[in-house]
Design a protein around this ligand. Structure first.
Ligand SMILES: [Zn+2]
Length: 74
């Protein structure tokens, strides 16, 4: 089941990356700061997404954004 194995590896990498980073909660994707499209807040909590990539949950706790690639922490 290579697909499942790769997913677990990606989750493991994401957890390690999240734990190792100084987490200010601000991220950049494709050269642009990540901003909540709902409340315009710019601070997020990052977590792995089991379907691949990562989730950024707005710290106002309403909206979750799903990224195929991990955005760069600022
Ligand atoms: Zn928000």
């Amino acid at each position: 089941m290579p697909g499942i194995t790769n997913t677990f590896k990606a989750v493991h990498r994401a957890i390690k990356a999240a734990a190792g980073a100084v987490n200010l909660g601000e991220y950049q994707a494709a050269g642009a700061p990540v901003q909540c499209p709902h409340c315009r807040h710019r601070e997020f909590n990052l977590s792995p997404n089991l379907g691949g990539g990562v989730n950024l949950a707005c710290r106002k706790r309403y909206l979750v954004l799903w990224f195929a690639q991990k955005p760069k922490a600022l």
